[in-house]
Design a protein around this ligand. Structure first.
Ligand code: XLS
Ligand code: MG
Length: 414
């Protein structure tokens, strides 16, 4: 547990109170103004497509925007996390590789062609629960300098809410109010860390927000608690944007927000749906029995895909975080095709790889899986760009899907 000084405690309490008052105010304004706007809004013309949750992030910080991204043939930008160079531990055995510090990792990120780093709060400041807010921010600024000195940017920060003894039974949805307060405080601090790192994108992977025993919690009550927590985060910082990363299970056996569909429906329950988006991870879609390319396209249609964690997964088993394209090359091709077709990256979004080395990999090769994933992405991008779309269209018109199927296979094999 973080040792908290009394002045800090008062500041945290004041900060939380302020956050709650602001959320309440937003609710009241929404209740009064919402119906008025509804009454004044013209009817959508018949046949017109309308995505009520569409959001063009006009507030996207200029340094994160990439003007080249208006050109669909422009270069993609890639992101990776320090946790993607891991020690090889699994539930059945200890580390197989030594721990490396951030300086060692960032050198490899840069050399491997990566443009940005994604962080958990405690990747930035290890053991942050035992440090004062001042020390946390000082360390965060030093990490920002190291990233910028390497010519890279920070993509996002995620509070690691699933590690602490406080969150054994979940964070925002724990049955213990002290654990819920801890989760909220820690997430507010993540926003401060993100600020210090120069990003406004917070990722929430709601790892333990679910149950091991379904009867131990109410789904409805848990949703209310999640909305309350997210509203407090939104109220805390007017520019922060929250991308929720869904996963159907693991470490809990059933999660509350298992798919991107749930995430986007959840966004509309919060005080500012425009500032809630999603991160789709390929392996998490496979674990839900869904097609990653479709999940990606679902989020892209209303422009709610604010990051993407490409990787691969062999079946509905434990989470494997394999290199991108390692299991299902055709699905990987379809994922790249959808990103390219929808102009992903034009608002500054990064392509991230949430991949892990095999346990058998030595430390000398402990970043090869990420470099390989990037290479596979770029090779598939060439395949996407050289795919004969008009020949495919002609086959679609003839309803010759048999030939279309083989055409895709031959193209990938080619
Ligand atoms: C874990 C998540 C990862 C990070 C983000 O499976 O995929 O994205 O932990 O918090
Ligand atoms: Mg991920």
């Amino acid at each position: 547990m973080r040792r908290i000084h009394s002045s800090e405690l008062r500041w945290c309490a004041a900060r939380r109170l302020l956050s709650r008052l602001r959320s309440r105010l937003v609710e009241v304004v929404r209740d009064i103004v919402g119906p008025l706007v509804g009454a004044l809004r013209p009817e959508t013309p018949a046949g017109a497509r309308s995505f009520p949750i569409a959001f063009v992030p006009a507030e996207f910080p200029a340094h994160e925007r990439n003007s080249q991204m208006n050109d669909s043939r422009a270069k993609y930008r890639f992101s990776i996390g320090p946790w993607n160079i891991s020690e090889g531990r699994d539930p059945y055995g200890p580390d197989t590789r030594p721990t490396k510090d951030f300086a060692w990792k960032v050198e490899r990120f840069k050399a491997g062609g990566f443009d940005a780093v994604m962080f958990h709060d405690d990747d930035v400041v290890p053991e942050l629960d035992s440090k004062s807010s001042k020390a946390v921010l000082r360390e965060a600024r030093a990490v920002r300098k190291a990233v910028e000195d390497a010519g890279m940017a920070v993509e996002m920060v995620a509070p690691r809410l699933w590690f602490s003894p406080m969150t054994v039974d979940g964070g925002f949805t724990s049955n213990d109010p002290a654990a819920r307060r801890y989760a909220l405080d820690r997430s507010l601090q993540t926003i401060d860390i993100a600020d210090a790192l120069g990003t406004q994108l917070i990722v929430l992977w709601l790892a333990r927000e679910g149950t091991y025993v379904r009867e131990s919690k109410s789904y409805r009550r848990s949703l209310e608690l999640l909305v309350e927590a997210v509203d407090s985060l939104l109220a805390y910082h007017p520019k922060v944007r929250i991308a929720i990363e869904p996963k159907p299970n693991e470490p809990v056996d059933v999660a509350y927000l298992p798919t991107i569909g749930h995430v986007l429906a959840f966004a509309n329950m919060t005080s500012d749906p425009q500032r809630i988006g999603g991160v789709v991870e390929s392996a998490h879609c496979v674990l839900a029995g869904l097609e990653p390319a479709d999940e990606i396209e679902f989020a892209l249609t209303p422009r709610k895909l604010w990051s993407v964690h490409l990787n691969d997964q062999n079946g509905l088993k434990f989470d494997q975080d394999k290199p991108f394209g390692s299991v299902n090359l055709r699905s990987a091709f379809d994922q790249v095709r959808v990103l390219e077709r929808e102009g992903y990256g034009r608002d500054g979004e990064f392509v991230a790889f949430d991949v892990h080395s095999f346990r058998t990999t030595t430390i000398e090769k402990a970043f090869d899986h990420a470099v390989n994933s990037r290479r596979t992405f770029l090779r598939l991008l060439d395949k996407v760009r050289s795919f004969d779309e008009s020949a495919a269209q002609a086959l679609i018109e003839q309803r010759d899907y048999q030939a279309l199927d083989q055409m895709v296979i031959e193209h990938i094999l080619g």
